[in-house]
Every structure is written in C-alpha cells, then in structure tokens.
Design a protein around this ligand. Structure first.
Ligand code: 13P
Ligand code: SF4
Length: 361
C-alpha cells in the first residue's frame, strides 16, 4: 500500500491515542487490518466494542450491521464510525423489517405465532434485531448459533400449555447457517426445516407446512460463501491427498456436509494456528482472510476452496484512503460517517443482543 497513506494513518492513529478504538473484522484488507487495535469475528468484535466505555470513538473496519451493533452496545457518549457507508452486507439486505412483519402476521394467521421464537443472525439490520428483542427472541453469530437455538427452543419450556404445539424457530436471514446448525448440530432433519421466501405470497408455504415445521428458515444467503461447492472439495481430496476442508457455516449444506471442520472466522484462524506443520487445508471463506492465513503459515499448505477469486466486495470497500480520511477527520474534530441507531430500535435490539451475550458457554 501507498507509504504516504500508511504514514498518514499512523500519525492520525497516534494523535487520537486512547480516544479512539479501532476494530477490524478478519475479512478486512491487509492495508486496513494493520491499524486494528483488535481483530475478530462478529461475536468477538461485539464484545470488544461493549468493553471499551472509555473510547470516545469506535472506528469500525467491517460492515454496516457490525457498526450498528457496536453503536447499540456502546454508551451514548461514544460515537461509532464506519469509514465507508457503502460497506453493507447483501445478506443483511435480504431481510427487511416490513417483510419480516408480514411473515409474522402469516404465522399468526396459521395459528402458530405463539410457538415461534425469532432468532436473527448478527448479519441483519438493527431493526430486525429489535424485532427479535420485542418478540422474546435473540441474536446469534456463527460462533454461537447452536447455543442461541438451544436457548430459543428451551425458552418456552414450562410457559406453554401442555397441549401447545412444540416450539419453532424463525431463523433470519441466513438459511444456510440456520439449516447447518439445526440439522448438523441439533439433530433436526431436513424435513423439519422449511424455507420462507419473502418474495412469494405466504412465503411460498402452506399453513400446514408452517404448522409441521420446527425451523422456519428465511430465504437469505451470502453470495460470497454461496460460491463454494462440494464438487470442488471432492476434487481437492483426489488431487491433494491429506487435505482437510475447513469452511464457514454460511456455506451451503452440501458443502458443510463434505467438510472436515466448520466454524466462524475466529474458529478457522485458531484451528490453523493450532495445527502441526505440514497440515494441508482447503479453506472455504473470504479470500483476504485465507490469503493472510497462507502468508502467516508458510509451514502449512493452505489453498482456497474455489477456483475463482472470491472477496466480499463490501468488506473491501473499507480501504486505506477511507480509513485515513475517517481518522484524520476525527483528529480535526469532525466525526464523519457516524452510525447511529434511533433510541427505540436501539433499546429492543440491545435486549436481543444482550440475551446473546448472556448465553452460557
Ligand atoms: P464471522 O462472525 O464468522 O466473523 O462471520 C461474519 C461474516 O460476515 C461472515 O460472512
Ligand atoms: Fe455479508 Fe457475506 Fe460479506 Fe459476510 S461475506 S459481510 S455475509 S456479504
């Protein structure tokens, strides 16, 4: 990266000192991640943001929903900055509040809303998290989805009438994380899961299907992780004997079934760090992270589980010029690109986020 910009970022960072705290998600570019005070997966970054009450500014190098969550979990005296406002998440955009409310109404019309607990993946807008807070639901991330679902299914125990329908979960917005967790970690069958398509009347489901389902999956997905295929995994097993497939749970079910290990970005990093020299990996997650891991571990053989280049284009929106601009503006006393969630949304989203942070384990 441009040495002049690196020097400017360094100078601005030093000038801000403890007044600013810079968080960096693992998918960020190398040129940006070098300035992060802490790096992590979405769960770790949410906890880190909540644990910095003294920082006036939280500079979030990640995507919009992460910065919103940081704003929700930090105090009113703190300001969260997202260096480029165009850093969204196409998966989070697949669930709009209006659509989720329509689905909830349809669940009511089918007579099942009473038994449904909404669970939203962190990768959702603040108003969807608030919806979950208002309806006794919870947020989860890729590192605690099983614990959140265990909590959701248990949360109605003892409160429901003895002849009530068994508890169901409405899982938003990533159908793959929901299915992979319910089927591979909790013993549900594929038949227990149905997919609610927000673009079809009634979600494309009959009332009977809604009554029979245990897990109602929102039809959302990550376009980056959707590129990985089980076929490429099988081919690598033939051409690279000893290879282990290590993938993120946002991958499609057939890919996760083919994999040896599955987990969040932080899990992927810790798994590689703990592996002996000579380990061979094909990793199914975003490319900035896989390339960085390969550079950090020359004693291991690390390849990408796809034949094409596969960055998250919105994560990549945060580049060094945007970071320099955000930091220098703060030094000059101007807060640019502040992410601020309105008070009512913030209250209910915090209820759902704090339920997640309080999950056991
Ligand atoms: P992690 O929570 O594993 O960091 O994942 C966030 C994300 O956006 C993956 O696509
Ligand atoms: Fe969203 Fe996928 Fe990018 Fe993660 S990798 S931020 S889920 S688009």
């Amino acid at each position: 990266s441009d040495p002049d910009l690196v020097a400017r970022a360094r100078a601005a960072r030093d000038a801000l000192g403890d007044r600013a705290f810079v968080l960096g998600h693992h998918y960020q570019r190398d040129e940006v991640i070098q300035f992060a005070d802490v790096t992590g997966d979405s769960f770790k970054l949410a906890r880190e943001a909540a644990a910095r009450p003294d920082a006036e500014y939280i500079v979030f190098c990640g995507v919009h929903f992460m910065a919103e969550s940081a704003d929700i979990l930090t105090g009113d005296h703190q300001q969260v900055v997202l260096p480029d406002l165009a850093a969204g998440c196409s998966m989070a955009d697949m669930a709009r509040l209006r659509q989720v409310e329509d689905a909830w109404d349809a669940l009511g019309a089918a007579g099942v809303a009473e038994s449904v607990v909404p669970v939203t993946y962190m990768n959702s807008s603040a108003d969807i998290k608030a919806f979950c807070g208002r309806h006794d639901g919870v947020v989860c991330t890729s590192s605690n989805a099983k614990r959140a679902l265990d909590w959701a299914f248990a949360s109605k125990d003892g409160t429901a009438a003895p002849d009530a329908m068994p508890t169901k979960v409405l899982f938003l917005p990533d159908q793959h994380l929901g299915r992979n967790t319910a089927v591979l970690e909790m013993g549900f069958s594929l038949d227990d899961c149905v997919v609610w398509d927000p673009h079809r009347p009634g979600g494309g489901l009959t009332e009977q299907e809604l009554r029979d389902a245990r897990v109602i999956l929102w039809k959302g997905h990550c376009s980056v992780h959707g590129r990985f295929s089980a076929e490429v995994g099988r081919e690598l097993r033939r051409t690279l004997p000893g290879v282990q497939l290590l993938v993120h749970p946002e991958c499609r079910h057939e890919v996760v079934l083919e994999a040896d290990l599955v987990g969040s970005t932080e899990f992927i990093i810790n798994t590689v760090r703990a592996a002996p020299p000579g380990s061979i990996w094909a990793i199914g997650t975003e490319l900035n992270l896989v390339r960085r891991l390969a550079a950090e571990h020359p004693e291991q053989q690390i390849t990408f589980l796809d034949k094409t280049v596969c960055y998250c284009s919105t994560m990549n929106r945060i580049d060094l010029p945007h970071l320099v601009w955000a930091l220098e503006s703060l030094v000059a006393g101007t807060v640019v690109n502040r992410i601020s969630v309105d008070a009512d949304t913030e209250h209910w989203a915090r209820v759902a986020l704090e339920r997640m942070l309080a999950l056991p384990g």
